[in-house]
Design a protein around this ligand. Sequence first.
Ligand code: HEM
Length: 466
Amino acid sequence: MKHAPRLSEQSHDIQGMLKSGFGWLTTSRFRLLTIRDEKLAKAWLAELLGTGLIVSAEQVGKAKKKQKESGPLDAVVAIGFTYSGLVKLGCQETGDHPFPTPFRSGMGSELRAKLLRDEYRKWCWTDHEGPGGGEVVHILLAEWKKRGAASRLPAINPSAFSVIEAGDDSDFFDANGKLREPFGFRDGLAQPVIRGLRDQDGGSLAQARAEAGDLYDDRLVEPGEFILGYRNEYDELTFCPDVQGWASASGRFTLNGSYLAVRQFEQKVDAFKAFEASHSDFERANGVSAGEKLMGRRKDGLPLSWKGNTNVPVSDSAADAFRYRVEDADGFMCPKGAHVRRSNPRDSLGIDVQSSIKSSKLHRLLRRGRPYAEASGRQGIFFIACNADLERQFEFIHQRWLQNRRFGTLESQDDPIVGSQSCPKAFTIPGEASGGELSLQHFTETLGGGYFFLPGIAALKFIARV
Ligand code: HEM
């Protein structure tokens, strides 16, 4: 296929989570299913499809327009499959269009563990038998609901699946209706805008453009970076693997799908708070906490370089319209090793602003995870990143930026929030008279992780065929 299909004509087939983070649905729950009986599993999937809970990008767009009159979406579900899950359900890749190696081998495989610097893990679940053990899961079921809305999920039969649950109905939204992760930071704020998918939103697009000014284009990314089958930032069509028996005039099995890099983190909230408290003199002197320096954002979501009034509400588009190279080259505001600066260096890594932004766009993630809390008191982020090329996007960011102990001019330190478990941690705050090097604890621990494929809706029906 030489030409990409028109995104606007395919949005009925794209799962809604690629269009929206469902910010109006304030509770979420993630379930990891291991298939015990293929036939029963397919029957359950067919039943799930019948509930209408799996919505398309088109439905989300319509519901958002109606939302002001209290739109109809009070619960939605998204579903993805590991490679072994697809195989169990009878989807065999074709010889001509196989799945890419990272997805086929799985985040749990030995090679991926090395690449991601996960060698020392002890996980509860993963997508592949490998070092560190854990239950091998086949399906990710993500459910978002309005608080108090009853779950319409078909009952999960224990003969069909065993289930690991992350989260209950805890609400991580603040008084202004904004999502905060367990350390208290606004999250889900910096997101790429998928060209052609958001454009359908008309008014809200124009408003976001007006709020971000010229820097809006920094966020605009070609659809093939997130949705298989479309043009990507190299101006090429993203590779679409295929499965045997699939026959559709519109394209291969994986058209309109995406890969999900999923990691379940535990966050050590008490340790993080104790760290901030032990540096309260830093906060008094600088007006931002040491924790905010580690993250690279203020807790309310404003960039550390924000010059405007911090007491008036600021839109997400405006709060995401900033660069590093000119205003903050040395990291006096947002340290070079801070979590957000490592995970998206924006305009700071290449030879000039434009080429840096162009190359950053090759390594972007659409983040759709949510915080979770369990009855045991454990809490953290159930991290989900949508991308079309696991190696070039999620793995590159993880390995080359977050876990890189020689990132930019930094030596012997990795990401302060999600760095490797296996090394002592340090963090440099530029501009401090003391030299600014803090030693840190590990504030997060990875409990599980895997790669999933998020199919288009026609492909889901194909998987569920009995
Ligand atoms: C417990 C684990 C994590 C926590 C608490 C955390 C927290 C945050 C927070 C508070 C922000 C700033 C708010 C925002 O921009 O939405 C952020 C941004 C971001 N995080 Fe994380 N994160 C975690 C794990 C990860 C992982 C594993 C990755 C990628 C492999 C990642 C990639 C990103 C990216 C790409 C951004 C946006 C940066 C930007 O565009 O400015 N995060 N994270």
